[in-house]
Ligand binder design. Sequence first.
Ligand code: PLP
Length: 513
Amino acid sequence: MAHNPLAPEWLSSPADANTLTDGLWPSSARRTDDGAITIGGVSAGDLAAQFGTPLYVIDETDARTRAAQLRAAFDAEFARIGTTVRVYYAAKAFLSTEVARWMVEAGLNIDVCSGGELAVALAAGVAPGRIGFHGNNKSRAEINDATRVGVGTIIIDSPVEIERVAEAAGRHGMVQNVRLRVNSGVHAHTHEFLATSHEDQKFGVVFEDAPALVAAIRAQPSLNFLGLHCHIGSQIFGVDGFAESASRLLSLQADLLAGGPVPELNLGGGFGIAYTSVDDPSPVADLAAALADIVAAECARRGIPVPVIAIEPGRVIIGPAGVTLYEVGTTKPVRIGENTRLYVSVDGGMSDNARPALYGAEYSVRIADRVSEAAPALVRVAGKHCESGDIVVDADYLPGDVAPGDLLMVPATGAYCWSLASNYNYVGRPAVVAVADGEARVIVRGETIDDLLARDAGVPRSAHEVSTSSTGEVSTSSTGEVSTSSTGEAGSTGEAGSTGAAGSTNDMKETTR
Ligand SMILES: Cc1ncc(COP(=O)(O)O)c(C=O)c1O
């Protein structure tokens, strides 16, 4: 089929819209002889039948392998230049107790940025000393808890935190390891990076202020200064941005060495992954080699010892290991001039994947329970929410006979989808299922309407618990049983809700944007 002019320039019409494009899918993803996609040996149809849709599916072996391979690559490359690496998994990408344990078992540490993430890591049994704690506005209570449990490092993000962390550590009679997050002036995203002398953003401290702040940290007996920290952005494909930032940080490191030891340097995360057929991120092994070369060269140039290096990747470990499974509810050809775009609406949307609406992120999609010989058609996969920007996949080609009832799978949704999920339109957040060796198990339960109503203080609860029927009707029951259905029922209730007052409210909102 000819290229549809409505498609973005980068997207070409595929010879076969059933193919699982290399580099986008979890390593265990296959099409079986009956046309179904399997992940971890479990077919899309079985997953939908057992757990409902929408559903987050994580290939456990793939996630564990990526974590272990990344660590091995960085260990080897930095050993080559005479130092060691601490790899922190950035929990903000996706965190559950199960995933935290996978990461620790692969030899990684855990980077958290809230009391909630800290609680999950601790509930997973992660040793506090393996946890790094971030955040531009950690509350006093969070700082108190972090020092009390003895987290390995706290990343100081503003001048006022120096005293707050020192006080909390002193209160618990301990010396807290801290890093100082600085703005290197480098900001990177995908292929481009911007290097300025000052960065206008909320994270970290101004580069030029760092020496005075490090002196203030060193003056606190309850703090131990480990080194500088910098995170230059996300979804970064090349090494140029990291190189520029490392160079700037090591020049600062050289200055700071005059006042005391600076044993470590944290270069942050941000390694990119492929979301579409045209994304071409650097392989992790290449990144590790290039970063080691840069650090070695910059240290040699300045005549300073090579520090222990820390990194904090999230997306590159968990992103490609995850897919989201949806069911198609409606399809609608929309003619635009001479051309047609097929809108395919699924039973989830911006509540389970906010990235397209937040960042204009692109994704890819395939029919998951069959293959088709039908000519490829340009599709836009839309969600079920009351927002015209509720798009899951802005543009891809699917077999033109895609129809209600088909299962769709969107790859590379393991990072920043579940963690950014919301209850918009009172749609429950889907379950997360881990698959491996032909088995699927829930690692995070999906939310039911009962879960959502449980937080509404106005729901009468005295004699009867409120529950929902499978049709989504709200009723009371004297059994107090909690429905465990994660998706279908919740979805239909959400839809009913969105046609009422909520729908009109949102229509108003759209016109004011
Ligand atoms: C300080 C910090 N470290 C690490 C990360 C992880 O980034 P990524 O998941 O892109 O590797 C982030 C992401 O926002 C971050 O802010």
